[in-house]
Design a protein around this ligand. Structure first.
Ligand code: DMJ
Length: 467
């Protein structure tokens, strides 16, 4: 009798364990151990945001307080986090964000927002929320937000001013860097496609052409410009922070919408970049700084944002340079187990040694792993993730680092950690190849995904208003 009872009990135990495992794998089939680890850490950090900073822009994980960018919150962390949580299958969380955006989010706020930053995070985030959910109320919010941004583009050159007031449309700030000047074709193009109204893409493209048309005879651009006079304020040419996403959007907007003109701009630009900015130093490929008119090298100071470049080189077909450059960045990461914000590849000095949980080196390793199939790129991301957990993890989330040498922690978890860093790690590690195949998606510079097959090239020409 006892024997039968115990066999029965054992059977119940086996069956119930099986059903626990099954329910886990039903939630997310075949994501693999590493991906599950990233997903668990994402959920843990997200729950910390919800507990201590819900409704605000970002979490300060050490003090367990909320941080806002402006006088009033714009809900930036949830908007930025949405597409990552969605791709990880965290449905309860995405439903919560979607409902808040649709029912409660109101952009009628008397505050001056940074046009560049809110474009890539808020507009880009809302558009991908619509792309993934097809919730019409979310598209309405995105359109409302873009309409509040558009007055900034009303300048003599078409390059937007630095700030725009979300309530009054009053814009200010005549001096902008190139990334702030011309990182709009992607989001504005997506919005034009969804609304079939070309005015958004046309505004973004005008700003991009205003930069490209001011290139020098050797095909280089400066890095800071006056939006009213169109004069270069700084004639230093580079692909670093302050310029980076301008180049990224030439290629990605061409790829997503098929605008050949942007494809041509990319082809012309990359020639100048490879001729004048690339250099081999101590056997490693780097992209430094040069004068836009003479092409003479002016500096070997780079920023960790530049590590986006292997991804875009790889995507555009130059896997040789992409691979070489990624190995240079990998070398730099491994010097300290994290990479510094600013670094001079000739003196090895860092004038700004912080690491803010930035994604770029991880983004490039992900792209190159998918493009080449070479597992050394997978291993790079495994190493970066292990180092991030070692140095940036807190009792409740992750935080930025003041100095990569000392590993002293700051009290801030940037919104792009949710949007980009965790997403690219997850996509590298997941064994689920079905849900989000690499070749089907193009990401904005904040890693918000858009499915290529959703954008018909002929319709795009019509809806966006290009030839
Ligand atoms: C992100 O906000 C975007 O990727 C931007 O284009 C530059 N880099 C930051 C994160 O490092």
């Amino acid at each position: 009798m006892n024997k039968v009872f115990f066999i029965g009990l054992a059977l119940v135990f086996v069956v119930s364990c099986k059903s626990i495992n099954n329910s886990k794998s039903e939630v997310h089939p075949e994501i693999g151990k590493m991906a599950e680890d990233v997903r668990n850490e994402t959920l843990r950090s997200w729950q910390a945001y919800k507990k201590y900073a819900w409704g605000h822009d970002a979490l300060a994980p050490l003090s367990k307080t909320a941080k806002d960018w402006y006088e009033e919150p714009l809900y930036i962390s949830p908007i930025d986090a949405y597409s990552t949580l969605f791709m990880m299958g965290l449905e309860d969380e995405t439903r919560l964000i979607e409902a808040y955006v649709a029912d409660s989010l109101n952009f009628d706020k008397n505050l001056d927002a940074k046009v560049f930053e809110v474009n890539i995070r808020i507009l880009g985030g809302l558009l991908s929320m619509y792309e993934l959910s097809r919730n019409a109320a979310v598209l309405e919010k995105a359109k409302d937000f873009a309409d509040r941004m558009l007055p900034a583009f009303d300048t003599k050159t078409g390059i937007p001013k630095y700030w725009v007031n979300l309530r009054t449309g009053q814009a200010r700030g005549d001096t902008v860097n190139v990334a702030e000047a011309a990182t709009y074709t992607f989001e504005m193009g997506v919005l034009s496609y969804y609304t079939q109204d070309p005015k958004y893409y046309q505004a973004g493209k005008k700003a991009t052409l205003a930069i490209f048309d001011r290139r020098s005879e050797i095909g280089l651009i400066g890095d800071v410009i006056d939006v009213e006079t169109g004069e270069w304020v700084s004639t230093q040419s580079h692909i670093c922070a302050g310029v980076d996403s301008y180049y990224e959007y030439l290629y990605k907007s061409y790829l997503l919408f098929g605008d050949q003109e942007l494809g041509r701009l990319w082809q012309e630009s990359i020639q100048g970049i490879n001729t004048y900015l690339a250099e081999i130093y101590n056997g490693k490929l780097w992209y430094g700084r040069a004068d836009m008119y003479s092409g003479e090298k002016t500096s070997s100071r780079i920023t960790l944002y530049d590590a986006f470049f292997p991804a875009i080189l790889g995507l555009s077909g130059d896997t040789t340079r992409a691979t070489q450059l990624q190995h240079s960045w990998d070398y730099l990461w491994k010097l300290n187990g994290l990479e510094p914000m600013v670094y001079d590849y000739k003196t090895s000095a860092s004038s700004y040694p912080a690491y803010d949980l930035n994604p770029e080196i991880i983004e490039s390793a992900y792209y190159l792993f998918k493009i080449t199939g070479d597992s050394s790129f997978y291993k790079m991301n495994a190493q970066y993730w292990s180092d991030i957990k070692k140095y940036c993890k807190t009792d409740m989330a992750f935080t930025s680092i003041k100095d990569v040498a000392t590993k002293e922690q700051k009290d801030y978890m940037p919104t792009f950690f949710f949007a980009e860093t965790l997403k690219y790690l997850y996509l590298t590690f997941t064994e689920d190849q079905q849900s989000y195949p690499f070749n089907d998606y193009t990401f904005n510079t904040e890693a918000h995904p858009f499915k290529r097959s959703h954008f018909d090239k002929n319709l795009a020409a019509d809806y966006l208003g290009f030839e």
